[in-house]
Ligand binder design. Structure first.
Ligand code: NAD
Length: 404
C-alpha cells in the first residue's frame, strides 16, 4: 500500500531530522497469537497485530481488520495512514490499526464473538487504558464493536458501535458523506462547476460506494456507472441508486442490474467528470493510467492509485484528491462518537454530518492553499499539511527539539 514519501514533503516544510525519524517508524508493534479451542471445529489459531504508528496527537485510532491477507507490514501501513488522516482533518487522535489473520466469512457468529473476546483479553491493557481505540474495518462489524464494549464496559474504548449500544447516528454513512462533501468542494475548486449536473462513475458498492452514490444522487450528480466484484452497469441517463441498492440487497451484487454491462476496468476509463474508486487498493496503476479519461479522481478507497500512476495522471492534467482527505469522514465520526461516549451526551445524525463537513472543509481549504502556493498536486499538499501539523504537535509535546 502506498505510504507517505518524505522526499516530496521536505522541499516545502522545515522537517527536523528527529521528526522524520519518529514519523518513519511505528511507535509500538504488538504481535500475538489468538488460540481458541472451539467445538466442533477444533483449535482456531490466528496471528494478530496491533500497531501504533504515532500517538503525538492522541490515542491510536484505527480499525480492526479480520481478513486472511492481514500481515504486520500491511497493518503498519494502515496505521501510518491513520496518522496522516487524523492530523490532516484536525482531530485529537493518533494513528493505529489492528488485525487478525483469519477469514471471518468461515466463522459462525458464536465463534467470531469468542474470537473478539479473546482479542480484547490479549490486548486488554491497550484497550482498557484508552491507548488504542478500535473501530470496524474489513471483516469486522458494529456488532463486533458491541462485543468489545461488552468486555470493557467503557463506551469510549471502541467506536463504530451500533446506535443502540452507544453508537453514533450517521456513523454508518459517514465516510460516503465525507467523500461527497470533498467531491463537491473539488468540483467547485478544480472544475469550476457545481457537483450537481456532473457525470460520475463509482467503483465499489459496499459501505463507502453505496453511501457515496446515495449522497451524490441527493446532491444532483448523475451517476452513469457503478461496478463491484460481481460486474458493472452503465446508463448514460443516470442509474437510480435506490433501485440499485434494493437490487444489490436481493442479489448480492451490481452485476446484472438493467443497463449496459461494463467491467471494472472499463468503468475506470469512462469519459466522465468525476471518477470515484471506492473498492480496493491499487486499481489505478501505470498500466491503465493512460486510459483514464475522467477530469477529476476522488479517492474514496484507501490507496486506489499506485505511486507510479500519480505522475502519469498529473502529466495528463487529471486532478486527484487523495484518500487521506476524501475518505476521512469516518474517522471524524469516530471522534464524535468517542466524545459522546466520554461526555454522555447524545448526538443526532445531522450533528455528525455537520462535524464531518466542518473538519473536511477546513482540511480541504488548507490543501488547496498549499497546492496553489507551492505548485504541487493535492496529494503532496495533503502530506505537507499533515506532516507540518505533526511536527508542531511533537514540539508541543517535547518529543523533538523546539526551534529556539
Ligand atoms: P466493503 O467491503 O463494504 O465494500 C467493498 C466493495 O468493493 C464491494 O462492493 C466489493 O464488491 C467491491 N470490490 C471488491 N473487490 C473488488 C474488485 N477487485 N474490483 C471491483 N470491486 C471490488 O468495503 P468498504 O467499507 O466500502 O471500503 C471500501 C474502501 O474504502 C476500502 O479501501 C476501505 O479501506 C476504504 N475505507 C473505508 C472506510 C469505511 O468507513 N468503511 C473508511 C475509510 C476508507
Amino acid at each position: 500500500m502506498p505510504t507517505l514519501d518524505f522526499e516530496k514533503v521536505k522541499p516545502h516544510i522545515d522537517l527536523p531530522r528527529e521528526a522524520e525519524r519518529l514519523l518513519s517508524k511505528s511507535e509500538k508493534e504488538i504481535r500475538f497469537s489468538l488460540n481458541l479451542l472451539l467445538y466442533p471445529d477444533g483449535l482456531i489459531e490466528a496471528d494478530a497485530y496491533v500497531v501504533y504508528h504515532n500517538t503525538a496527537r492522541g490515542p491510536a485510532k484505527g480499525g480492526l481488520r479480520i481478513w486472511p491477507t492481514v500481515s504486520l507490514d500491511h497493518t503498519r501501513d494502515l496505521a501510518e495512514l491513520m496518522t496522516w488522516k487524523t492530523a490532516l482533518v484536525g482531530i485529537p487522535f493518533g494513528g493505529g490499526k489492528s488485525g487478525i489473520c483469519l477469514d471471518p466469512r468461515e466463522l459462525p457468529r458464536a465463534h467470531k464473538t469468542a474470537l473478539v473476546k479473546e482479542y480484547v483479553h490479549m490486548i486488554s491493557g491497550e484497550i482498557r487504558s484508552g491507548s488504542y481505540v478500535p473501530a470496524p474495518d474489513l471483516g469486522s462489524t458494529p456488532s463486533d464493536m458491541a462485543v468489545i464494549y461488552g468486555e470493557t464496559h467503557m463506551p469510549e474504548s471502541v467506536t463504530g458501535k451500533p446506535p443502540r449500544v452507544g453508537g453514533l447516528p450517521g456513523r454508518e454513512e459517514a465516510t460516503g458523506y465525507g467523500v461527497v462533501e470533498v467531491a463537491s468542494l473539488s468540483c467547485q475548486a478544480f472544475l469550476k462547476q457545481p457537483l450537481s449536473g456532473t457525470q460520475v462513475a463509482v467503483q465499489g458498492f459496499g459501505n463507502v460506494g453505496k453511501w457515496t452514490c446515495h449522497f451524490l444522487s441527493e446532491r444532483g450528480a448523475t451517476i452513469v456507472a457503478v461496478s463491484d466484484i460481481t460486474g458493472g452497469v452503465y446508463r448514460s441517463d443516470g442509474i437510480p441508486i435506490d433501485e440499485l441498492t434494493a437490487y444489490v440487497r436481493r442479489s448480492g451484487g451490481v452485476g446484472g442490474f438493467p443497463g449496459d454491462e461494463l467491467t471494472n476496468e472499463q468503468l475506470l476509463s469512462l469519459d466522465v467528470d468525476v471518477l470515484i474508486p471506492a473498492a480496493v487498493e491499487n486499481v489505478i496503476d501505470d498500466r491503465n493510467a493512460d486510459a483514464i479519461h475522467a477530469k477529476l479522481i476522488v479517492e474514496a478507497a484507501n490507496g486506489p492509485t499506485t505511486p507510479a500512476a500519480d505522475p502519469i495522471l498529473e502529466r495528463r492534467g487529471i486532478l486527484l484528491v487523495p484518500d487521506i482527505l476524501a475518505n476521512s469522514g469516518g474517522v471524524v465520526a469516530s471522534y464524535v462518537e468517542w466524545r459522546q461516549a466520554k461526555s454522555g451526551a447524545m448526538t443526532r445524525a445531522q450533528e455528525t454530518y455537520a462535524a464531518i463537513a466542518e473538519q473536511l472543509d477546513a482540511a480541504f481549504q488548507k490543501v488547496l492553499e498549499t497546492a496553489g502556493s507551492r505548485r504541487i498536486p493535492p496529494r503532496e499538499a495533503a502530506w505537507v499539511v499533515a506532516v507540518a501539523e505533526l511536527v508542531q504537535t511533537m514540539r508541543d509535546r517535547g518529543w523533538i527539539p523546539t526551534d529556539e
